[in-house]
Design a protein around this ligand. Sequence first.
Ligand code: SF4
Length: 364
Amino acid sequence: MIRRTALKPPSPAALLRWYDAHARDMPWRMKGGKRPNPYHELLSEFMLQQTQVATVIPYFHAFTKRWPTLMALAKASLDDVRHAWSGLGYYRRAKFLHQCVKAVVERHGGKIPQDEEALRALPGIGPYTAAAIAAIAFDKKAVVVDGNVERVMARVFAVEEKLPAAKKKLHELASSILPKNRFGDYAQAVMELGAMMCTPKNPQCTKCPWQNNCAAFAKGMAQAYPRKATKKVTPQKYSTAFITLNKKGEVLLRRRDEKGMLGGLWEFPGTPWETAKPSASALKRHAPVKLRWQTGKKPVSHVFSHFKLETALRIGHSAAAFFPDTKHNGEYRWMKWKDLSTLALPTLTLRIADAAKEYLEAKS
Ligand code: SF4
């Protein structure tokens, strides 16, 4: 059962007034009671997962210019979609987006379904995204809860239970204060409040439309919520990437397996990502060819959602454009540096490429 403080419950009307006056402009957002193009809403939801609005905007423009409709995106090749996604991170989203729009065409004749259940049955769409699309694109009554909304609810109701165990309770609280109409605007308004005002650090309580209804503010403890379980230490992993150059000035790339992290994207051949630095025998085993390898200046550090990776560089010059294993010819490719941008490269590969180029320029 949900326990309330003596404060009055927060007013959706007050929040909507604040939203109407202060909501940020976003290329996929419509204001004044208008609903956005459902394709734009779906696309933006895929792009915004784990990613800031400012980072997403140029990608959103590029995608909608190149693929103005859902049908057009469904007809694109996965490689083209991945390539356009390069640099946005969390690359499985590109594959899921492509699968999702294809499924919308196959199952729903190209029209994005309006109800949460049908949306949740599409590839790459979880409960949050289904609720967000139903509410924002179609003004359906749906409980839309992302990290911002969780923080706002935890503070307004001063929820003592710790995250992540508190998720269910925070969802119930969000559901308990839904308005009677304007579901899409309200969903965006709570998220906007969390993003702009009820921020993790230094919330601007004095300007907040829910200040008089907020239990955390009343206690003078806004920043102490949400309560969180002690964070686990992020594991550290290590690898070595081999930058193999041939006489034509090309560099050897390998395509990652479709299954697993960064599936289907291109990388420099290297050792597996492991918790210990690769041993001399592992380096020998995973080098694409026997060469005199030079060691790059400093490793490239990259943070993934659940571990950190430190990649050392080995750079070698080969006399020929060989392929490491004839069985896997299709998975390797020699490329000019300047042509790397034509491939779907994850940020990690781009950063390793930059470090390698810097090293080679300093040597030349
Ligand atoms: S009063 Fe402060 S803590 Fe409470 S919802 Fe508003 S910004 Fe967040």
